[in-house]
Each structure stands twice: as C-alpha cells, then as structure tokens.
Write a protein that binds this ligand. Structure first.
Ligand code: PCA
Length: 200
C-alpha cells in the first residue's frame, strides 16, 4: 500500500507549518505502507493542481492531507469538505475569495473516505488527543480536501482520501498568549502514524 501525506508551507505570518513538519517526521515506511511526503502551497489556485500532479505521479492508495489549525489542542480528523471558498484573509498568493464555489458543477459537500471514527480511536489509543471535526473551514484546507475528494469521485480513482488538522506546534506558541493551545510535533507525528496504522 502506498500513502501520500501532504502538509502545507507556512502562512499567516508563521515561520513554520506544523502540518508539514509533522509529516516530515514520519518514517519512509510503516509496516506494509510506503509513505510519500510532500508540501503544498497555501494557495487556493495552486494547491489543487499541485495535489493532482502528486496523485498522478505517485498513484497512491491513500491520500491524507494535513493542515494547521491554530486554536485546537487536539488533532482534528475532518469528516466533511464543502463546496465553498470564503477567506477571512488572503492566501500566500494574495487571493481572497468570498462566498465562491470551488467548482460550479460540484456537489455541495463530500465526506472523507477515510474511517474517521476508527482513526480518532486509534489516535486516542496512542494517547494523542483527537476528535472528529465536522468543518474543515472555508480556507485553503477545505479547498484541498474538497478538490481531493472531487478528483477521486469524478475519476473513480481507487483512493481513500481525507484531511487532518493539527494544532500549533510548541515552537509556534512560545511568544503567543500564554493560553494558546499547542502540541509537540512528535505527538502529532505519532497521531498521524496511528491514523495510517488504522488503515491497515
Ligand atoms: N491551514 C490552513 C491552510 C493551510 C494550513 O495549514 C487552513 O486551515 O485552511
């Protein structure tokens, strides 16, 4: 089995993005799963084509896209992506769509095709705080999750795909307000590993 795990470049004034840093900490192989790790741009227009190209190149069986969601202290396993772009701030390309569909002829929403309950249970079993989130927001992460599931659906690809949000890393919050939630990168990586093992 081959799994593509993507993280993002930094955005919103941050120096790092824990989604990519945590993905990069994963080993090359987990049991029978070969892992491919890649970084996506925080861009509404460029992230989808970049992901599509990675899928075309590596032909993975599983795609797990990971993003940062500052404000949580637990890993959020996303259940649903909606056909909406509505950004409160510009992306890294300066694009800030408001109330636009991702694809005009697409369904309103797609459910993750990963076993979200099983993944949350596996993370918790590994002592990593985790929950099911019913909204991936309306920024680039939701856009990537929707684009992934739309690509799989339209092309009838034999891929299980979904999205996971991780908190700020400890490093990111050292100078933030003292009550800002965070998680150690190694814990995030353990959570992602538990997610992959849950797919075996
Ligand atoms: N988080 C953003 C986009 C990139 C990332 O890591 C989001 O939640 O949409």
């Amino acid at each position: 089995m081959k799994a593509l795990v993507t993280g993002f470049e930094p955005f919103g004034g941050e120096q790092t993005n824990p989604s990519y840093e945590a993905a990069a900490l994963l080993p090359e192989r987990i049991d029978s799963v070969e892992l491919i790790k890649a970084k996506l741009p925080v861009s509404f227009n460029d992230s989808g084509p970049a992901l599509a190209e990675l899928i075309r190149k590596y032909q993975p069986d599983v795609v797990i896209c990971v993003g940062q969601s500052g404000g949580y202290a637990a890993i959020a396993v996303e259940r649903v992506a909606i056909n909406l772009r509505d950004a409160a701030a510009p992306d890294n390309s300066g694009v800030q769509p408001e109330e636009q569909p991702i694809t005009a002829d697409g369904p309103d929403a797609y459910f993750s095709s990963l076993p979200v309950k099983k993944i949350v249970a596996a993370m918790r079993h590994s002592s990593i705080p985790a929950f099911i989130s019913n909204s991936a927001g309306t920024f680039v992460c939701n856009n990537v999750m929707y684009t992934l599931l739309d690509l799989i659906h339209r092309n009838k690809l034999p891929i299980r795909g979904g999205f996971i949000h991780v908190p700020y890393s400890l490093q990111q919050v050292v100078s933030k307000a003292p009550n800002t939630p965070s998680m150690e990168l190694t814990q995030m990586a353990r959570g992602l590993e538990a997610a992959i093992r849950a797919l075996l």
